[in-house]
Design a protein around this ligand. Structure first.
Ligand code: XMP
Length: 325
């Protein structure tokens, strides 16, 4: 029978067997998957683990701070924070194709982990290399990246289909057979803080795949501001546990005419994509209360000058995917 306790016992044994007494790093995003993967590996091999948090400049407002506060405070895990914003944004400059963006982000993550691994070894004064990289890959990530049996490549998740061919690490992926609800159960059993366990999913490639068009610092700032407003209002309305996640998307290459005060505007649309789901393999659009939608819309158009229109995505999955890219 499936219990979180059994999964933990099995995975802890498997991780010890795979890793031995080698050094391990874990890419930590602050989300459910990587946090639970890190907690499992910490339980298995303790201080052999160092978590690496990569700020790729594609994060939402306040996220970097949250990881340090919530996860590290709860687990006492070794954490290395890397600011790789310039590296990611220059690698993404001018790129509009979604799969190309995903592959670039996947590759830059690995390059950043490689550099962090070298520094960790140097700082520890050891000459032994870091051989293992822990990732919080879930079963649906594998399936959608074309790794499952008979599955088509729908999109290359950054941690599966987006990995470079010359990967130096051996992967440790203790959640690879699990769905999100199972990961949450394992996390609760391991004592991962509820604030992390119940966080809504946020993709590793971050806001980079929520700007339709090329990604740059100005566009990211616009999207970050709109996203923060949407999240604030959804939380204030008590809807966080009712919706699975709500991507906020900037249509950066689309402009439309508006009016504000006495003047004409020519701004960008923001798309709200609230969905309900069990496992992200299928989803339905969430019927949010109109007054909440109205507040989000009027606040975004008032507070974010580059945005003059807010639209609601009413497509289920299939035929739409949850993210736009
Ligand atoms: P889609 O857009 O395929 O998304 O319907 C399904 C779920 O996966 C998340 N997602 C990702 N998560 N790396 C991740 O860690 C990725 O590359 C990635 N792409 C999509 C998405 O937010 C949704 O929860």
């Amino acid at each position: 029978t499936w219990t979180a306790g059994n999964v933990i016992a099995e995975q802890v044994a498997a991780i010890r067997e795979q890793v031995g007494d080698a050094r391990v790093i874990c890419g930590l995003s602050g989300g459910v998957d990587s946090s639970v993967a890190a907690a499992l590996v910490q339980k298995a091999v303790g201080d052999q683990l160092t978590c690496v948090f990569v700020d790729h400049g594609l994060l939402r407002a306040g996220e970097a701070e949250q990881v340090e506060q919530d996860f590290v405070a709860a687990t006492g895990v070794n954490l290395k924070v890397v600011d790789a914003t310039e590296q990611f944004l220059s690698a993404l400059a001018g790129v509009t194709d979604p799969e190309t963006k995903r592959k670039i982000i996947g590759r830059e993550f690995i390059r950043t982990f490689e550099a962090a691994a070298r520094e960790i070894v140097e700082e520890a004064g050891q000459d032994e290399e870091v051989r293992f990289l822990v990732q919080g890959t879930l079963y649906p990530d594998v399936v959608e990246s074309g790794g499952g049996e008979g599955a088509a490549n729908i999109k290359s998740h950054h941690n599966v289909g987006g990995l470079p061919d010359d990967l130096q690490f051996e992967l440790v992926e203790p959640l690879r057979t699990l769905f999100k609800d199972e990961v949450r159960a394992v996390g609760l059993e391991l004592g991962v803080p509820e604030g992390i366990v119940w966080r809504q999913p946020f993709p590793g490639p971050g806001l980079g795949i929520r700007i339709v068009g090329a990604v740059d610092a100005e566009r990211l700032a616009v999207l970050r501001a709109a996203d923060a407003i949407a999240r604030e209002e959804l939380t204030a309305a008590g809807l966080d546990r009712d919706i699975w996640q709500c991507p906020v998307v900037l249509l950066a290459d689309v402009r439309s005419v508006g009016v504000q005060g006495d003047g004409r505007t020519y701004g960008h649309p923001i798309v709200l994509r609230p969905v309900s789901s069990e496992d992200a393999m299928t989803a339905d659009w969430s019927r949010l209360p109109y007054d909440v939608l109205a507040r989000i819309s009027s606040r975004i158009t008032n507070e974010v000058p580059e945005v003059n229109r807010v639209v609601l995505d009413v497509t289920s999955k299939p035929p739409g995917t949850i993210e736009w890219e």
